[in-house]
Design a protein around this ligand. Structure first.
Ligand code: PEP
Ligand code: MN
Length: 299
């Protein structure tokens, strides 16, 4: 880890929330006033008037699935496809149908990029996969469980690729920005912060593990000038709630969205209750365009 020594750094007044002292001494880069736009080229920008949507299944399960997803995105004029090839699971046990396609999954994504005008987001779970993932991905996603994996953050930052840093479901915004600071200090400003739901005592449904912290969106945007995106799919774990949470995120000022979609959600190898099917996605994109227009933004 990079060691930066500071004169006035004090831990005498530890806090849960972000103080002015934190802004000055602990979070100087993430809370600096400079407006940051993450520009992927080809008109895809996070942090400006347009709100890019990232959509796709949880995992790159098969070539066929990704082609179907890609066609749906192109039809809706969406420019970023997602799908993980290297996937950690909450529990070490897996069903036979669970597919961690690894390098083969990245080859599938290469093929998608060759045939469709799409950018690729995929999760990086371990440093050992970094070279392979970087050859394909336009944005590297740090999953919520790795938010404070500082060694991984550093190595990913050094690639200079755009990074989506997801907030851990138990972490404060102060912790999130602390993790972000580890990326920024390596001179990688291509940072996108992601709200993906937090653990709370009641999630209003037994299959819903987290609750989207809508308030985190304006709170982050108040103190930090990096793009803030929202992931209603992983927050709610429940497809019927994803449309309202998406629209609420846009209204709250998010700079992008992650939406899980699948050709046949019931057959999704992981989290089958969570992805929207293609028809639901088409409808949501239409509604999202209306809401974004109402607040002078676009999708
Ligand atoms: C995902 O994006 O598929 C994912 C597992 O996200 P998270 O790290 O937020 O759980
Ligand atoms: Mn997922």
């Amino acid at each position: 880890m990079k060691k930066v020594f500071k004169k006035n750094l004090s831990n005498k007044f530890p806090t849960k929330d972000i103080t002015f002292d934190d802004r000055k001494n602990k979070l100087p880069l993430s809370t600096s006033n400079r407006r940051r736009i993450v520009d992927l080229g080809n008109g895809v920008k996070f942090g400006s008037k347009n709100i890019p949507i990232i959509a796709g299944p949880n995992g790159v399960e098969s070539h066929n699935l990704m082609v179907n997803v890609a066609k749906t995105l192109i039809k809706n004029k969406i420019k970023i496809i997602r799908g993980h090839a290297y996937k950690p699971l909450t529990f070490p046990y897996r069903s036979k149908q669970y597919k961690e396609t690894m390098d083969e999954g990245m080859d599938i994504m290469d093929d998608i990029k060759k045939n469709f005008d799409l950018k690729v987001v995929t999760e990086i779970t371990e440093i050992q996969y970094l070279d392979r993932v970087c050859r394909t991905a336009d944005i590297l996603q740090i999953g919520s469980r790795n938010m404070q994996n500082l060694e991984l953050l550093r190595e990913v930052a050094l690639t200079k690729k755009p990074i989506i840093l997801k907030r851990h479901f138990g972490a404060s915004l102060r912790d999130l920005l602390g993790a972000a600071e580890h990326i920024l200090i390596e001179n990688n400003n291509n940072l996108i912060l992601c709200e993906r739901g937090v653990s709370i005592p009641h999630t209003h449904k037994d299959t819903s593990r987290f609750a989207l912290d809508i308030q985190a969106i304006p709170a982050l945007k108040e103190i930090c000038n990096y793009p803030v995106i929202s992931d209603p799919s992983h927050a709610s774990f429940w497809a019927p709630w994803v449309p309202s949470l998406t629209l609420a995120s846009i209204a709250a000022g998010c700079d992008g969205l992650i939406i899980e979609i699948h050709k046949n959600p019931k057959k999704s190898a992981v989290d089958p209750l969570q992805p929207l099917n293609f028809n639901q996605f088409d409808k949501l994109i239409k509604q999202s365009r209306k809401i974004s227009k109402a607040i002078n933004r676009s999708i």
